[in-house]
Design a binder for this molecule. Structure first.
Ligand SMILES: Cc1cc2nc3c(=O)[nH]c(=O)nc-3n(C[C@H](O)[C@H](O)[C@H](O)COP(=O)(O)O)c2cc1C
Length: 226
């Protein structure tokens, strides 16, 4: 009788232990994975110029698969780019010059500074370090840059000539001291490899808020631009 009681006790203990494993072990991990299944965690990047922040976003993005590509030397365009990325729920890719721009390179008052000389040279195509991954997978490209002497910096020409824009919607944006986007986006669209569908661009001030960006994206949706 004592032996039977011992066996019954052992069987009960084994049953309880396996129950505990199924609550705190793998099944729990699976359930947290499945709660992520209606969201996509898009790493802003793993390599090269893509930053490491992760942006969690809804899969049903109205922009298709989108990316924010930007160039920024003093942070204004970067700040706007990150706001667009977090609002639209997409990764960002920073165009990084192979030879970084120093403060003196950016001195627009000096006719001999690097930026002045490049902007005055139609053929200047500053080299980019690294490259964006999965370029062909994006349907929509937000492309941002500072205005330099009323134009996009020449490194943007390098980027658009080197990447195939066929079938892509392109949404240009810029920051500046005061100038508007002018013809800068139109000029880039004329250089872009295989064209793409470029909408007219927008100039943001560097202190734009998330709310402003969100309203801008809503307007683009409403007027069918994206
Ligand atoms: C070489 C150079 C030229 C510039 N030319 C203009 C210009 O024509 N009009 C303007 O409003 N701002 C001009 N700016 C100011 C920048 O467009 C502005 O500071 C921009 O927000 C910088 O962006 P970033 O911080 O992303 O580099 C110029 C700045 C530099 C460095």
């Amino acid at each position: 009788m004592r032996i039977i009681r011992k066996i019954l006790f052992l069987a009960l203990a084994v049953t309880m232990a396996s129950g505990l494993i199924s609550c705190s072990g793998k099944p729990a991990a699976q359930s947290s994975e499945s709660s992520l299944s209606d969201h996509t965690t898009q790493s802003e990047a793993t390599t090269g110029n893509e930053t490491t922040e992760a942006i969690e976003t809804k899969k049903e993005s109205p922009f298709g698969k989108a990316v924010v590509v930007y160039f920024s030397c003093t942070g204004n365009t970067k700040s706007v780019a990150l706001k667009i990325a977090s609002t639209a729920g997409c990764p960002v890719y920073e165009i990084v010059a192979a030879k970084p721009y120093s403060e003196e390179d950016l001195n627009y008052k000096n006719k001999k500074s690097r930026a002045t000389k490049e902007q005055n040279d139609d053929k200047a195509r500053p080299e980019i370090e690294g490259d964006i991954t999965d370029w062909s997978s994006y349907d929509t490209v937000f492309i941002g840059y500072p205005i330099w002497f009323s134009k996009a910096p020449k490194i943007l020409c390098t980027f658009v000539e080197d990447h195939d824009f066929s079938g892509k919607k392109v949404i240009p944006f810029c920051t500046s001291g005061s100038s508007g986007i002018g013809n800068s986006a139109k000029e880039l669209s004329g250089l872009a490899k295989n064209g793409g569908n470029w909408i007219s661009g927008t100039r943001f001030s560097s202190n734009v808020t998330n709310k402003d960006v969100s309203e801008w994206l809503d307007t683009l949706k409403e007027n069918g631009s994206i």
